[in-house]
Design a protein around this ligand. Structure first.
Ligand code: FAD
Ligand code: DHB
Length: 390
């Protein structure tokens, strides 16, 4: 088999890149080690920047999102039961965020790919990128016990944090910067109306809590937990009780509970790997970086990587210039480090750390005071939350 761009990974990064390339007349094949159903069963992001929503439109897959998403103009921050609203719309000069599940977005991209008859190979075993240092890279894999090979011009490593591309590069000159946080997020998804029409981020003595949503009838809630905890030790009832304990009384009384559609624990870490280009292999999305979920930047960063990479590939094929590909890593990393800073800051301000001193706690309170009383401080938060420019 031969294609122009072999894309490893059928998550949002790989699918969005594939769709944009196809629309620009650039041939691509996507490979994933798991099934379509497995990918659609993963419950992840829910808050999208305008840049990501625009890219979905650019990729020709924005129609359902435009109809069904919820536009949010602000969110609440709660510190010790004091509520402060961040007015995203006014502080950012008229920007909003879109609430639309990663699962739905992935569905839209998969449907479009299928409708166009493009090749996606699911349940591909032992996927390996080869010879990306030279002019003729290729990818090998096994399917139903048979070895296969795809020759290509470029390989896009969109295979997430546990993918093969990171592994191959980790002893090939890739430098990794990492910070691990001493807690995780226990998440619950339920078909109940959200407690509030906007998101609520809570810093409480028992730990962080987040009231998020996927639609007017589907809620997504999180509570900070210890990294050592097992999801099996939690029932939905225990979760609802813990969530309510961390919310101001008035809000807690409004929580509508219901059976859990999904419950899982996500560890929190910050990771950046540099560079993002190795010859003809380019990393994008979680394959190159992870942010802690506080601030909702992971999927949005994947989208900006894809934007820069697509521009570079489009210029290569249509304008016969490699200028865009040559600056891909530098441009993407600039935006990534700014989002890493924001996610680290928001995580530091909103969580209770196990080894926190009284000094650290007073600093958190001062941060909250700044957000409430300084327009400059809340403007900086709003600008980052709605998304820095591409
Ligand atoms: P992935 O979604 O991880 O996709 C990678 C794909 O590669 C997978 O399908 C995988 O099966 C495949 N793959 C892996 N290894 C191989 C291999 N060896 N061979 C072939 N295929 C392989 N981000 C936000 O922007 N906003 C949010 O609100 C938000 N909330 C989040 C909440 C939680 C609880 C979590 C865990 C994450 C959240 N994120 C959020 C982050 C976001 O979900 C990720 O950043 C996003 O999924 C990255 O997409 P990706 O395509 O780069 O990687
Ligand atoms: C969600 C996750 C986040 O990290 C966040 O800051 C907001 C919302 C969510 O999954 O809905």
């Amino acid at each position: 088999m031969r294609t122009q761009v072999a894309i490893i990974g059928s998550g949002p990064s790989g699918l969005l890149l594939g769709q944009l390339l196809h629309r620009a007349g650039i041939d691509n094949i996507i490979l994933d080690r798991v099934s379509k159903e497995h990918i659609l069963g993963r419950i992840r992001a829910g808050v999208l920047e305008e840049g990501m929503a625009q890219m979905m439109e650019e990729a020709g897959v924005g129609a359902r999102m435009k109809r069904e998403n919820l536009l949010h103009d602000g969110f609440d921050m709660v510190f010790d039961d004091e509520v402060h609203r961040i007015d995203l719309f006014n502080l950012s000069g008229g920007k909003r965020v879109h609430v639309y599940g990663q699962t739905e977005l992935t569905h839209d991209l998969m449907d479009a790919r299928e409708a166009e008859g493009l090749t996606t190979i699911h349940e591909a075993q032992n996927v390996q990128p080869h010879d990306f240092d030279g002019e003729k890279p290729y990818v090998t894999y096994e399917k139903d016990g048979v070895s296969q090979r795809i020759d290509c011009d470029f390989i896009a490593g969109c295979d997430g944090f546990h993918g093969v591309c990171r592994k191959v590069l980790s002893d090939g000159g890739m430098q990794t910067f990492e910070k691990v946080y001493p807690f995780g997020w226990l998440g619950l998804l339920a078909d109940v109306p959200p407690v509030h029409h906007e998101l609520i981020y809570v810093n409480h003595a028992r730990g962080f809590a987040l009231c998020s949503q996927r639609s007017e009838t589907r809620s997504r809630y999180y509570v900070q937990c210890a990294v050592s905890e097992n999801v099996e030790d939690w029932s939905a009832d225990m979760f609802w009780d813990e969530l309510r304990r961390r919310l101001p009384d008035e809000t807690a009384q409004k929580v509508i509970t219901g059976p859990a559609l999904e419950m899982s624990i996500a560890p929190l870490r910050s990771v950046v790997s540099e560079p993002m280009r190795f010859g003809r292999l380019f990393l994008a999305g979680d394959a190159a970086h992870i942010v802690p979920p506080t601030g909702a930047k992971g999927l949005n960063l994947a989208a900006s990587d894809v934007h820069y990479l697509f521009e570079g590939l489009r210029e290569h094929y249509l304008d016969r210039s490699d200028a865009g590909l040559d600056v891909y890593s530098q441009k993407a990393l600039h935006r990534i480090w700014n989002a890493e800073r924001f996610s680290w800051w928001m995580t530091s301000v909103m969580h209770r750390f196990p080894d926190m001193s009284t000094f650290d706690r007073r600093i958190q309170q001062a941060e909250f005071y700044q957000l409430v009383h300084s327009k400059a401080a809340s403007t900086a938060l709003a600008e980052n939350y709605v998304g820095l420019p591409y």
